[in-house]
Design a protein around this ligand. Structure first.
Ligand code: AMP
Length: 187
């Protein structure tokens, strides 16, 4: 089964993707994690991405599309994958459609995690204290939420029109939310 977890920063996409990796072996593909690893390793990709990431801006479409195209062809994706944090723009979604069709794959469900904005800010500031991510500061958080509203929110319509969208309430315990993912996708 191939899924997209769609939602603003702090919605719990990564936490849920990790739960299903442990439960089902369906792999998590997080463009944010891949980019952070590249920044840490000091690769050319990391150097290019760092400035965008620190300010909460999106890394250029061509960069993340290239990452995804390479990643979904790896053997561990044969059983299925969860895209966590990709696509984030209409251009990325269209590129994904083309890539999947080339590789005779498709998306089964797009799970949209609905969480009120005040709750997101609270969670992200809490995460800042625990994980110390460079982009979990108030300026970057505000920018990431704005970027989500402007660039990523239109994907809700995009996938609704394709009949793939499953809205879930993203507020609750990790187990409650995982239960809602199971109910809405059959994973
Ligand atoms: P995340 O861990 O998903 O919150 O991503 C952290 C940061 O990585 C984002 O704020 C962006 O700068 C960058 N990033 C991750 N995924 C994408 C994407 N699909 N498109 C553009 N930038 C991305």
């Amino acid at each position: 089964m191939n899924l997209i977890f769609l939602g603003p920063p702090g919605a719990g996409k990564g936490t849920q993707a990790k739960i299903f990796l442990d439960k089902t072996g369906i792999v998590q593909i997080s463009t944010g994690d891949i980019l952070r690893e590249s920044v840490k390793a000091g690769t050319k990709l990391g150097l290019e991405a760092k400035g965008y990431m620190d300010s909460g801006a999106l890394v250029p479409d061509s960069v993340v599309i290239g990452i995804i195209e390479e990643r979904i062809q790896k053997p561990d994706c044969a059983k299925g994958f969860i895209l966590d944090g990709f696509p984030r723009t209409i251009e990325q979604a269209e590129a994904l459609d083309a890539i999947l069709s080339t590789h005779k794959k498709s998306i089964d469900h797009v799970v949209s995690f609905d969480v009120p904005e005040e709750e997101l800010v609270k969670r992200l500031l809490g995460r800042a204290e625990i994980e110390g991510r460079a982009d979990d500061n108030i300026d970057s958080i505000k920018n990431r939420l704005k970027v989500f509203r402007e660039k990523t929110q239109p994907l809700v319509d995009y996938y609704e029109k394709k009949g793939k969208l499953r809205h879930i309430n993203g507020v609750g315990t990790t187990e409650e939310i995982a239960g809602r993912v199971v109910t809405s996708t059959g994973i």
